[in-house]
Design a protein around this ligand. Structure first.
Ligand code: HEC
Ligand code: HEC
Length: 604
């Protein structure tokens, strides 16, 4: 059960004392606002439906579509949070999808993004029929949402505030990136509707002139800068959205508005998403008996660099995950332990690997401990055995003492699990959130050059990178819930050539999920410290960031004539100028962390 399902259940069933009271005045007000949003949304979807019934021309349909989107965006401030299942049907990506626990069943997409593709695509015979079907589906869901009984109970003060905070994070990371307006690029007016929606609800709880002014100026900024490609995301986030987020956090920190205790990915007391404390690392790690302690981290670090963990005694984790190269190895693929063959995949960075709900390029493991077992035992990587390591380390007085301190309450301080847990705890301590980009977002406006700033805006806008490498981690951990790590199909070629390119034969996530949608799907990796981790992609096919950007500019695999029916990267060319590509790369280089760079000196 995800953290959010837990929260919503508690709100619904009223189990805990913090929520037992009947709906108060605020809850009723939020309920009334939600009702009004739904009325508005229903009226605009009905207008849209009428235009379709009347076989209106494309221009009018697009106008109606945009109106419907704006009214949806206001209501979505609450729908996204309180109704995740409906959200998928209203505003999911226009791509077939599966559920993580049942990857074989493929669901066809529905909702606004499907409508968007139809309206902006070529008009065929079934144009109006398809549109009418999709719009009717939306209208039905809207009416269900509007008519649910006992809505006010859900809208407990702290939970609504948490929803507003989540809406703000969604806006910063997804809303303005074109994530859910991929063809229409209507993201900026939609962002305005979102902010207006947040403001209406915020006013239920507080009306401070300072915050009112923040809302007003954010709306005015969006109103003045509606062009998708030219929109200055860096200025908007740092100057307008982030101060608003801080205001929402500040309110949420007040006594009666505090969230009930519980493990959640985001630390709701931290006002800036670009600080390490924004995430609650405990959510991503084991708790209780195997929780992190400084002793365990230190012990794990020693083991990480200890060659005795491999059968040949000449290889440690650090042989491939070298701290000097942000825990990678600088080669296309590492040499296997037999010193003849090569591993199938490129060595990924370990920085921030804790902030993923899936490990490995094919997402086959969830907990580091599990995958660690596999690495040590892998005949290619280390050829070792944790059982052997247990007896070997037990014979070493220094390790005996370190394990006894770190796992004092265990009957057997040195065990296969404690070895795996110690190393994993060390790996989970590798948090890197101190790049020049973060420093900019924390207030040092001199830390990025004009070219880098332009690069960020391309990253989050025209080049669409931010629609998969999500802020603030630049990996596949999906905001604002941050409890799912996504995989994508790009069509990465087997070799670095533009003529007769072929798909890399590694089938990625398909190897274990067997879902046709996952063929050639790979986990979206973090781009933090990317300048230190060449070569790139799961097979190390590209040597430079320029080559990677060139690959994306041409539409990924599709641009190389690799036809994959399930490519999730939009196949369109990005039309970046030479200068723009250069700025994009300059921005990627600003993601190198001074903490990571300092680690380069670490050599036990
Ligand atoms: C021979 C080189 C090699 C050695 C030695 C090695 N690794 Fe790796 N590591 C890799 C490769 C290659 C991958 C990617 C494999 C994949 O995705 O299927 C990887 C993946 C990982 C990941 C997953 C990261 C992610 O983002 O998915 C972690 C964590 C990791 N290794 C930790 C370790 C630890 C801890 C050790 C020592 C016990 C270790 N590795 C030893 C090459 C190596
Ligand atoms: C559709 C989602 C998607 C989009 C859009 C996207 N990426 Fe990626 N990116 C991925 C995935 C998935 C991978 C891993 C692919 C693989 O290894 O085969 C990746 C890999 C990378 C890598 C290599 C990382 C490494 O450690 O090897 C870089 C660099 C990169 N992307 C940069 C970008 C840039 C720059 C953009 C915008 C021009 C962009 N990405 C757009 C999903 C995406």
């Amino acid at each position: 059960m995800s953290w959010k399902v837990g929260i919503l259940l508690v709100a619904g069933i009223c189990l805990c004392s913090f929520l037992v009271n009947a709906p108060n005045n605020n809850n009723e007000k939020v309920n009334a606002i939600f009702g009004a949003y739904m009325e508005e949304a229903i009226s605009s979807i009905d207008g849209f439906e009428k235009a379709i019934d009347n076989k209106a021309g494309k221009k009018i349909l697009i106008k109606r579509f945009k109106e419907a989107r704006l009214s949806y965006k206001k209501a979505a401030v609450l729908i996204d949070y309180f109704h995740p299942a409906e959200t998928k049907l209203l505003n999911g990506a226009a791509l077939p999808r599966t559920e993580e626990d049942n990857p074989i069943t493929v669901y066809q997409p529905h909702g606004f993004q499907v409508i968007e593709e139809i309206i902006y695509g070529d008009k065929d015979d079934s144009f109006y029929i398809k549109l009418s079907d999709e719009v009717k589906r939306i209208a039905t869901i809207y009416r269900q949402l509007k008519n649910q009984p006992d809505r006010a109970y859900k809208f407990k003060d702290p939970i609504v505030l948490n929803a507003l905070q989540a809406a703000m994070i969604r806006l910063i990371s997804l809303g303005i990136s074109g994530f859910d307006s991929p063809v229409a690029n209507y993201s900026i007016p939609e962002a305005q509707a979102t902010i207006e929606g947040i403001e209406d609800l915020y006013e239920v709880y507080e009306s401070s002139t300072a915050t009112k002014e923040l809302f007003r100026s954010a709306v005015a900024y969006l109103d003045d800068h509606t062009n998708f490609n030219r929109f200055d995301r860096l200025e908007f986030i740092s100057g307008y959205a982030q101060p608003l987020y801080s205001a929402l956090i500040e309110l949420g920190n007040k006594g009666e508005f505090q969230m009930p205790p519980g493990l959640r990915p985001v630390n709701n007391t931290v006002a800036n998403p670009f600080t390490p404390a924004f995430f609650d690392i405990a959510f991503f790690a084991p708790q209780g008996r195997f929780a992190a302690t400084p002793e365990r981290i230190e012990l794990g670090k020693k083991l990480f660099f200890d060659k005795r963990l491999s059968s040949t005694r000449d290889r440690s984790c650090a042989s491939c995950h070298d701290p000097k190269l942000a825990f990678t190895d600088g080669v296309k693929a590492a040499l296997a332990i037999d010193k003849k063959n090569y591993l199938q995949r490129n060595t990924p960075t370990l920085w921030n690997s804790v902030y993923q709900t899936r490990q490995f390029y094919d997402s086959r493991a969830t907990l580091l401990e599990h995958q660690l077992n596999a690495v040590v035992h892998s005949q290619q990587e280390m050829g070792g055995s944790l059982a052997k390591s247990v007896s070997e380390l037990s014979g070493d007085a220094e390790y005996r003492s370190l394990f006894t301190q770190a796992y004092a309450s265990e009957e057997q301080p040195i065990s296969q699990h404690s070895i795996a847990n110690a190393i994993s705890t060390y790996v989970r301590s590798l948090v890197s959130m101190n790049s020049r980009f973060d420093q900019y977002m924390r207030g040092n406006r001199m830390s990025l050059s004009a070219e880098e700033r332009k690069g960020f805006n391309l990253f989050m806008g025209k080049a669409k990178c931010g629609t998969c490498h999500f802020l603030p981690l630049f990996n596949g951990l999906v905001p604002p819930d941050f409890s799912d790590t996504e995989s994508e199909v790009l069509g990465v070629p087997a070799s670095n050539t533009k003529v007769n390119a072929t798909i890399d034969p590694d089938e990625g996530k398909f190897v274990h999920s067997r879902s046709p949608l996952h063929k050639y799907a790979f986990k979206t990796p973090s781009l933090r410290n990317i300048a230190l981790t060449a070569p790139y992609m799961h097979n190390g096919v590209f040597n430079t960031l320029e080559e990677v950007v060139d690959f994306y500019s041409n539409g990924g695999g599709a641009g190389l004539n690799i036809q994959l029916p399930n490519q999730t990267l939009p196949p369109d060319k990005l039309k970046l100028s030479g200068k723009e590509s250069k700025a994009l790369v300059a921005f990627l280089r600003s993601l190198t962390d001074s903490t990571a760079a300092a680690y380069a000196k670490y050599n036990p």
